[in-house]
Design a protein. Structure first.
Length: 169
């Protein structure tokens, strides 16, 4: 089988049931129809029933489910190495956890970093969380958000990703 010339790395926290997983499954169908190669990495094993990605048998990094600094560091180093080479033209992340790791793993001479936020991260009671999002977004080549209102809010907060695109859920 011929290897597609264009290949992307898709990153998601887990492959369970949810909106990010459904959006990722839709993206995979679109990439397949365009002849774009992809590898899907989930950062933790699913603990629930199989979701829309189960049919694709995503590659699951063998990291434990629990959240720890060592686990995050191992994930970050793996993603940084994957994005630094010439295997992937872009890395596309869905959700805050994957977005943050892709943002940190991004290198200037590696893959393009595309972050996708599927909800509204600006929760008024979480000021430190909001600062994390703004810093993460600044490092992105492209930020995809679900609404025009959220795109305006991201730009108002001066998060400054290079580009902001609106793709509805």
């Amino acid at each position: 089988e011929a290897v597609p010339a264009l290949r992307v790395l898709l990153v998601l926290r887990a492959d369970g049931v949810g909106g990010a997983e459904r959006s990722m499954a839709n993206l995979i169908v679109a990439l397949d129809s365009l002849g774009v190669g992809w590898d899907l990495v989930t950062l933790q094993q699913s603990r629930g029933r199989p979701g829309p990605l189960a049919a694709y048998r995503p590659r699951v990094l063998e990291f434990p489910y629990r959240s720890s600094r060592v686990t995050r560091l191992r994930q970050l180093l793996w993603l940084r190495a994957a994005m630094r080479g010439d295997r992937y033209r872009a890395a596309i992340a869905f959700g805050p956890h994957a977005n943050g790791l892709i943002s940190l793993a991004r290198s200037r001479n590696g893959s393009i970093a595309i972050l996708s936020e599927r909800g509204d991260p600006y929760i008024r009671e979480r000021r430190s969380w909001n600062r994390w999002f703004m810093w993460t977004y600044r490092r992105a080549d492209l930020l995809v958000v679900p609404t025009e209102r959220l795109a305006a809010e991201v730009l108002w907060h001066r998060s400054r990703p290079r580009e902001v695109a609106v793709i509805c859920n």
